[in-house]
Design a protein around this ligand. Structure first.
Ligand code: PAF
Length: 286
């Protein structure tokens, strides 16, 4: 265990030090992150600080959730700046393990399999991604044993799958979800936004505009909502759509045109070379 500067959290880099530091504390709140913290994470953290006496933020760029052609090496690593932000926010502990500490058996270690929904949308574009996410989340929950774990609504499919895993594997933790934080333009905050140049940043707002267009046409059914969103995206040549789907939030399966009720519109697109995701609630009526 290393005690960092006065305003910084205690940095724990081993599982045993983390268990010792948290032993006997009942209302621990865990905020799992990949680091490169931004205001979206700070919204999770400020809610976490309201919920429990002890907040621990994990910072771990989990190799298991990155595919062979993805941005694992390029993923921003900003530990120093992250620790400053967490100190200012009043977080007590950071768990920042090495890959060897988390996966001592390397590629031969046991994995969680995300199931049917894990192979759709993000999981279809990024095979194995959700197995990697759920494996690391299960490990973090076992290491920290928090009362509450925090996630952001921006990763709606991740939230659905984590909840499903917690239910299926009977893990005793409550999930708390915090709304997506957006720039004034509507662009959802993401650690990957830092890769966008000025033109791409302007183009990236089309994702949230497309979600708004879907919501405005939702009184005419799923197909009309999808067409409205697609129409918005067509006007922006820098955006290359990966998927645009409307799903039933209870099952996370695609909603058909006859579906009525609350739904989620999901979008993923490349803006230049940067892949972004977003989602918005819509209500299908009419
Ligand atoms: O959403 C993320 O930042 C990651 O997928 C998570 C939950 C920290 C697991 O690595």
């Amino acid at each position: 265990m290393t005690q960092a500067g006065p305003s910084r959290p205690v940095i724990l880099d081993t599982i045993s030090a983390t268990r010792s530091a948290l032993a006997g504390i009942e209302d621990v709140v865990l905020v799992p992150t990949l680091g490169a913290l931004h205001d979206g994470h700070l919204a999770l953290i400020s809610r976490a600080l309201e919920l429990g006496s002890t907040v621990i933020v994990s910072i771990f760029v989990n190799p298991l959730q990155f595919g062979p052609n993805e941005d694992l090496d390029k993923y921003p690593r900003t530990l120093d700046a992250d620790l400053d932000l967490l100190g200012i926010a009043g977080v007590q502990y950071v768990f920042a393990p090495t890959v060897e500490e988390m996966y001592p058996h390397g590629a031969t270690s046991t994995h969680v399999v995300a199931g049917q929904v894990g192979g759709l949308y993000e999981g279809r574009s990024r095979p194995g991604h959700f197995d990697g996410v759920l494996t690391v989340v299960a490990k973090l929950l076992n290491i920290v044993r928090p009362a509450v774990v925090m996630f952001g609504q921006k990763d709606a499919q991740q939230v659905f799958l984590v909840r499903r895993m917690i239910e299926d594997l009977n893990i005793p933790v409550r999930v708390e979800v915090v709304e997506t934080v957006r720039e004034d333009s509507g662009l959802a905050l993401s650690s990957r936004n830092r890769f966008l140049d000025a033109k791409e940043t302007r183009a990236a707002r089309t994702l949230s505009l497309a979600l708004e267009a879907a919501a405005s046409s939702a009184d005419r059914g799923v197909d009309a909502a999808l067409a409205a969103a697609q129409g918005t995206l067509m006007g922006e040549p820098l955006v290359s759509l990966d998927y645009l789907k409307i799903v039933n939030p209870e099952t996370f399966l695609p909603a058909d045109d006859g579906y009525r009720g609350p739904a989620l519109a999901l979008i993923a697109a490349r803006v230049g070379t940067t892949r972004l995701i977003d989602n918005g609630r819509i209500v299908l009526t009419g």
